[in-house]
Design a binder for this molecule. Structure first.
Ligand code: FAD
Length: 219
């Protein structure tokens, strides 16, 4: 049985996988694209907000994240997502493509997405990635959006049935201090949980918190 299936291979999901692996546990990352590193792949600028990573662009950081996960031989299922999950007595049965897996925990790390109804293309368009502005392709036009109130959790389809229970009134996944959601043994980390301010550091910190919380449940 796997310790955790981590849905989303951005900074939050990969940091969590790294810590679980270093703690001697057995994570699996499920990533819907063909690469790890999440939104940092869309950042061509130097990420000077990350201590120890100055002069490194977001893309270089993302590539480094992927190499680190590969070096540790953490299992990653690319180009896929969780199609179905069922709660068993003390675990989950999870279907990812043709794989049927059993896991003790599920960790949602799928980031955030623009709230379509809240977007006015004339509103706050700016080009300054280092100032909480995020490039995103909206209605076929590439723009930069400013303002966290225009964002919501990127809730995976498989959790739609649990939307009422999972989401807080701002549309992000509600979590406690250990990144645990209202659903037993399901955690949410990074931007999907509205960690503020939304950035690589806070997302990765969540990954550490969830990994340690899961380790604590095993002792
Ligand atoms: C242009 C730009 C510049 C930025 N500059 C900075 C900066 O300088 N400094 C800084 O700290 N932060 C910066 N950020 C913000 C930073 O990139 C994010 O805060 C951080 O990546 C959030 O990490 P995350 O893991 O929570 O989510 P994400 O990075 O969004 O990762 C989520 C991952 O989940 C995957 N996923 C989504 N849905 C599913 C699904 N259903 N199944 C499987 N996988 C799924 C996605 O493909 C992605 O890989 C920038 C962002 C952008 C866009």
């Amino acid at each position: 049985m796997k310790t955790a299936i981590i849905l989303g291979g951005g900074p939050a999901g990969c940091q969590c996988a790294l810590w679980l692996k270093m703690l001697g546990l057995d994570p699996v990352i499920v990533e819907k694209t063909n690469k790890l590193g999440g939104l940092q792949h869309f950042n061509p600028y130097q990420n000077n907000w990350l201590i120890g990573m100055r002069h490194t662009t977001g893309r270089e950081f993302a590539n480094n994240v992927q190499q680190h996960i590969e070096e540790l031989e953490i299992i990653v299922l690319f180009n896929d997502t969780i199609a179905e999950f069922n709660a068993l007595e003390k675990s989950f049965s999870v279907r990812v493509g043709k794989h049927q897996l059993e896991t003790a925990n599920i960790i949602i790390a799928t980031g955030s997405m623009p709230r379509a109804e809240a977007i006015d293309l004339n509103d706050s368009i700016a080009v300054n990635a280092a100032n909480q502005d995020y490039n995103e392709r909206v209605k076929t036009r590439a723009v930069t959006l400013r303002g966290s109130r225009k964002w919501q959790a990127n809730l995976p389809n498989v959790f739609e049935a649990h939307r009422e229970k999972l989401l807080d009134k701002r549309g992000f996944i509600a979590t406690d201090a250990h990144c645990l959601t209202p659903l037993a043994n399901i955690y949410a980390i990074g931007e999907v949980a509205n960690r503020m301010p939304p950035c690589v550091s806070t997302s990765m910190a969540d990954g550490v918190v969830a990994a340690k919380a899961i380790q604590d449940t095993l002792t």
